[in-house]
Design a protein. Structure first.
Length: 1157
């Protein structure tokens, strides 16, 4: 008996089958294109350069839609597996396993050594999620194999990706990680000996392990490959004879091994990849294996207990030109012991699918093919494809997820699948899709990894966890909770003061922890295959991360109100290892990069403009804003060059350590001291023992090796690096074997991993300074412990932005301090000028620059800092915009009026001409609390639209009653139209041509409010009247809808930059809204010239110096600078209206500009 690899299950919220099939077909088409791309060819080659491949991948998706196909997932897994193991030129390093690594991290059956102060680590999960608060799908870990004890159905063993072996004694209600004390990561095969259920075996990347006490404890057999950790062979399956607990077979991508003495000795039988292995249910002399021989899954059989093996071709296919038999799985059943079933995914020329369900009734001596679907068609579904109707060519993610199981009591009942689960009740002759739907509010994870069927118990393992059905998959119980957590953390951040936390999960969502809001603390936000995540330092409601694009999340304090999520115009700094993006002084100014362009946000919302500060030659791989100075940052360019800026990112200085120290290895992470930003630590990547960490005390001018004495650290690559602020140089590094610590008083690094599982790759290190705790994200969930030493306090304020309007400015404590801290603030020139609050608000009524001073006292000491010119206060420039919707990933009003629009019925998509826009599909958005324009009040409405459909509304309000309706829409013939009930006016230009058009309407009462007073504009020009039906205008009060009107004409197409004014704009102003995209030329004060070309604003000053500011339509100051004689170019990332303010003496001249592509 044995279990094997397989992967993606289902039972999620019901989707319409035809819709999903269409989606799956689209994904499959993209997958074929990806397989023919240059980047995929590079990925499939034997000599891959990391930089060249990643650049090719990025370049491809600059020109093509990003669809996460199986090819893309293969690329993602490859980059994760490489794990920084390349040199400064991108060449992959040859890994040389050393016995010293094992000796260094092992003690007492390979338990980790402990030091004087060891961390006292505990796993904090996530163990569960709030199941009522918009619960989506569990992501507890990737379950690769399951085994139920033959003598005790309540006892279950399972193996996981990176998580080892887990045991339950109550049918999955509670779980214990029973292999955590030995160096075991991924387990893909597990079996319990029927003849002695105290004996169990598991196939791991590090070798074959064995338990002799029913799975409570484990140790290595003679098949011990720990030297190859963390890069051992990929296990596939393990099997044990029904009558001899010493007879066991192990299969992996490197071959097949047989042991007849319980693992004391092993004999290798194949040198090729072995997909699966199985013993005959009651004849231990007979066993079966499927071997990959030149892209053909050959079936082998032994009749002497594994000593010799014979290839079977009687009824089982032999190689065919143009065909491939790919991954293949075997099943047997005690209810039909002489039967063997084999399912193979294969290819027939260009078509892919179920190459066959092969059945033997003579113990594998001969076969017949009882089912084939290449490709799938109606009535003969391809159950290995993505489409839920099975009517497509494809293999899902066959190399990653594939499951097959046959009941041990009813051989007609079997299940199989890759992306989805399919079921047969007639022995494999026909198959039906198991709908991914369960009662209540639970949605189960797709991607089937493994399955086993014992009598009435059907167990399923997926990318998200484990499930149990007792009624033939009519219902499914989620058994993923109760202490099980093996998530691969690809992003993680936490609050310094509270238990707020977020994480990005590989195979899962962006998640957050808020113990004050959610039952169980954890909540699923959105997405899949999420990566880096961050919590805003000054306003912890705001969080950022990556999942199918950069995301800004605003957490909710009501568990039944979903968190708000919107796409950012950029991605957060990403990668499965730790990175940084948050400014420690101004929490509206955070950092990221788009490829080689270093960028900074203009507000905490991060949805509008991001300023391009600098363009490097190569892609940015790491960002580090310092805690000591807002203008000092470090950036690593493509893992080989370290740059320093001392002016906030305008100019950069090369601070790369010399080759004599780096020895050609690539750069990993950077961190700086909390008291002195000139003290810098930099890690070196790759599995090597030459150099791990460098240190500089002069801002990178000179460097020294900080790795400690030779042999002090294992060779495993450094995955994370973090300085604990408030300590004397205390630095932690994470690698594949845990976490290590060193401060200025130490001469070497100490192992700080007591309590962590032995195989714990530490990818993220964060601190909760208020309680002296350290939190780590790893490739097997999240852990928390005590810091090595407590931090001394460091006083540190933070506010939203450096330049503020006259009035109130909020300050937030961002100090390193314990929970008992007290505060003493000083605000010269502000009201109040002192405060003892943690987060005071101060009023400033005069323009100028202001100092801020803060003293913090806690149980560990006292600290004071004074920050000169910490903020600048300027006069407010009032803007007349009434309401505005940029649709940059959200439908919020960008003015301060707060008239936000609903988002549930529309989507935000990336348009090749206009960045992010709103897409309507016979749908609309309602503007909350907007009064509309009532009676005969003046108004202007302007927007960009793109549609192929006529007779649809752009914006509507009022009521469907004579004179009281206002509908700004397209006429039946496709012309622009304003309609009031009983009257109308429309133009002559056809707009339903699938092209972008700028449209506007204005109205101002001339004493007799009539539709004749309405003016229509298309692409900056006033429209000729096509027809007019006279009527008075007396707009009533009713809901305001974007993409609809009181006549229910829901829009189909795209809308962008919809703005409203409570006055009638002039023809020149309307023209500016459109013509600005073509460039403009404006001369101010006889010596200052503004010209625009696309998204570039050119400023030429031929006179004396002037102070200039540029504001967005919300009044937020984006740029504040002195303009001397000469020229300056400012790049805008987002189209829209901006205000340029020029301060000349006591006057302020303002100019409204439109920046557009």
């Amino acid at each position: 008996m044995k279990t094997k690899n397989l992967q993606k299950w289902g039972i999620v919220l019901c989707l319409i089958a035809t819709s999903f099939a269409s989606f799956a077909q689209n994904v499959n088409q993209h997958h074929i294109k990806h397989q023919n791309s240059e980047w995929y060819k590079m990925l499939s080659s034997t000599n891959v350069n990391y930089f060249e491949l990643t650049q090719s991948f990025d370049s491809y998706f600059k020109l093509h839609e990003y669809v996460k196909t199986d090819a893309v997932r293969e690329y993602i897994r490859w980059t994760r597996n490489v794990s920084g193991n390349y040199d400064a030129k991108g060449n992959l390093l040859t890994i040389e396993p050393t016995q010293e690594d094992i000796e260094l991290i092992s003690h007492d059956q390979f338990r980790l050594k402990s030091s004087q102060n060891t961390g006292n680590w505990e796993q904090i999960g996530p163990f569960t999620f709030d199941l009522e608060a918009r619960y989506r799908t569990n992501t507890q870990g990737v379950v690769r194999c399951i085994q139920q004890d033959p003598s005790n159905p309540n006892k279950i063993l399972m193996g996981c990706i990176a998580g080892g072996v887990w045991l339950s004694t109550n049918s999955g209600d509670n779980w214990t990680n029973v292999s955590k004390d030995i160096l075991v990561s991924t387990v893909s095969g597990i079996c319990i000996a029927p003849s002695n259920t105290n004996i169990a075996y598991a196939s791991a990347r590090e070798g074959v392990i064995k338990s002799t006490d029913g799975g409570l404890t484990w140790d290595f057999t003679a098949f011990d490959d720990r030297l190859a950790y963390p890069n051992g062979d990929q296990p596939a399956a393990t099997a044990v004879a029904h009558d001899d607990a010493n007879k066991v077979i192990h299969a992996s991508n490197a071959g097949l091994w047989v042991s007849a003495d319980g693992g004391s000795t092993w004999s290798r039988k194949f040198n090729y990849q072995v997909y699966d292995v199985e013993f005959h249910p009651n004849n231990s002399q007979i066993a079966y294996a499927v071997v990959n021989e030149n892209s053909w899954a050959t079936f082998y059989r032994t009749t002497d207990g594994g000593g010799t093996w014979q290839a079977i071709s009687n009824g089982y296919p032999t190689p065919v030109d143009g065909h491939k038999m790919n991954r293949t799985l075997i099943e047997v059943s005690a209810a039909a012991p002489n039967n063997v079933w084999v399912i193979s995914g294969g290819e027939m020329d260009a078509d892919k699918g179920v190459y066959g369900v092969f059945k033997s009734t003579d113990s594998g001596a001969s076969f017949s093919n009882i089912y084939q679907a290449v490709p799938g068609v109606a009535g003969q579904p391809n159950f290995l494809a993505r489409a839920t109707n099975g009517e497509e060519s494809g293999l899902g993610q066959l190399g990653w997820d594939f499951a097959f199981a046959v009941s041990d009591t009813d051989p007609d009942y079997m299940i199989a699948g890759t992306i989805n689960v399919w079921k047969s009740t007639d022995g494999g002759n026909s198959w039906s899709y198991v709908n991914r739907q369960a009662s209540g509010n639970t949605m189960y994870h797709m991607d089937f990894q493994c399955a086993e069927i014992y009598d009435t118990n059907t167990w399923i393992g997926t990318d998200g966890g484990i499930g149990l059905s007792t009624d033939g998959l009519q219902n499914l119980q989620d058994k993923s909770f109760g202490g099980f957590a093996a998530q691969q953390i690809w992003g993680m951040d936490r609050s310094w003061k509270s238990d707020l936390m977020n994480a990005g999960l590989y195979h899962g969502q962006i998640i957050m922890r808020d113990d004050n809001t959610y039952v169980g603390g954890w909540y699923n936000v959105l997405g899949a295959d999420a990566s880096s995540t961050y919590i805003n330092y000054g306003d912890d409601r705001y969080m950022y991360g990556n999942s199918y694009g950069g995301r800004r999340v605003i957490r909710s304090e009501d568990r039944f109100t979903p968190a708000q999520s919107a796409l950012m115009p950029v991605t957060a700094p990403k990668g499965y290892k730790q990175n940084e993006m948050l400014n420690h002084f101004y929490y509206g100014q955070n950092y990221t990069h788009t490829d080689n362009v270093f960028q900074r946000s203009v507000d905490k919302d991060a949805l509008s403009e991001w300023n391009n500060l600098f363009t490097f030659n190569n892609k940015v791989s790491y960002i580090h804003p310092t805690y000591q100075n807002p203008d000092i940052l470090f950036v690593i360019e493509q893992s080989h060059t370290l740059w320093l800026t001392t002016d906030g990112g305008e100019n950069w200085i090369d601070r790369t350590p010399p080759p004599s120290l780096t020895l050609g290895y690539s750069l990993g992470n950077v961190c700086t001291d909390g008291y002195d930003a000139n003290i810098v630590w930099c890690s070196l990547q790759g599995q090597q023992s030459d150099v791990k960490v460098l240190k500089s005390t002069d801002g990178g001018l000179t460097w020294g090796d900080y790795s400690g004495p030779q042999g002090n650290l294992p060779s495993y690559g450094v995955l994370s690096l973090a300085h604990q602020l408030g300590t004397d140089g205390g630095v932690y590094i994470g690698n594949s074997a845990g976490i290590w610590y060193r401060n200025n008083s130490m001469t070497e690094w100490i192992n700080f991993s007591d309590g962590l599982p032995a195989a714990t790759p530490v990818t993220h290190i964060r601190f909760k300074y208020s309680t002296g705790r350290i939190t780590i994200g790893s490739l097997r969930s999240i852990f928390e412990g005590d810091v090595y030493e407590k931090s001394q306090p460091i006083a540190h304020p933070i506010t939203a932005q450096r330049v503020n309007d006259l009035g109130e400015v909020k300050f937030v404590d961002h100090s390193v301090s314990a929970s008992d801290a007290t505060y003493s603030w000083s605000f010269p020139g502000g009201n109040p000028n002192i405060s003892a609050e943690a987060n005071p608000t101060v009023n400033y009524q005069e323009e100028g620059s202001y100092n801020v001073s803060l003293t913090v006292n806690d149980q560990f000491g006292s600290h004071t800092q004074m920050f000169q010119n910490f903020i600048e206060v300027k006069e407010v420039v009032e803007l007349p915009l009434y309401a505005g919707y940029s649709f940059d990933g959200h439908a919020r009003d960008i003015t301060s009026n707060g008239w936000d629009a609903t988002e549930d019925a529309i989507s935000f998509v990336k348009d090749e001409d206009r960045r992010y826009v709103a897409e309507f599909n016979n749908s609309y958005s309602t503007i909350s609390n907007h009064p509309g324009f009532e009676g005969a009040s003046a108004r202007t409405i302007a927007a960009w639209i793109k549609t192929n459909t006529a007779n649809k509304a752009i914006l509507g309000f009022g009521v469907k009653s004579k004179t009281q309706k206002w509908s700004f829409r397209l006429n039946d013939g496709g012309q622009l139209r304003v309609e009031v009930e009983g009257g109308y006016k429309y133009g002559t230009t056809l707009l339903n041509d699938g092209q972008w058009h700028h449209v506007a309407c204005t109205f101002e009462d001339d004493g007799t409010p009539d539709v004749a007073d309405v003016k229509l504009y298309v692409d900056g020009q006033e429209e000729q009247t096509g027809d007019l039906g006279a009527s008075l205008i007396n707009t009533g009060k009713g809901k305001v809808t974007i993409g609809d009107d009181p006549g229910n004409r829901s829009f189909i197409g795209r809308i962008d930059d919809l703005y409203m004014w409570d006055r009638a704009l002039s023809e020149g102003e309307i023209t500016d809204l459109y013509v600005g995209s073509l460039g403009f030329d404006e001369v101010l004060n006889d010596h200052l010239r503004l010209t625009a070309e696309g998204m570039l604003l050119n400023i030429e000053n031929q006179g004396k110096d002037v102070q200039m500011k540029i504001f967005d339509v919300t009044g937020l100051c984006l740029h504040n600078f002195n303009m001397p004689g000469g020229t300056k170019v400012i790049t805008f990332n987002r189209t829209g209206i901006y205000i340029v303010a020029i301060h000349t003496g006591n006057r302020i001249i303002t100019k409204k500009i439109l920046m557009s592509k």
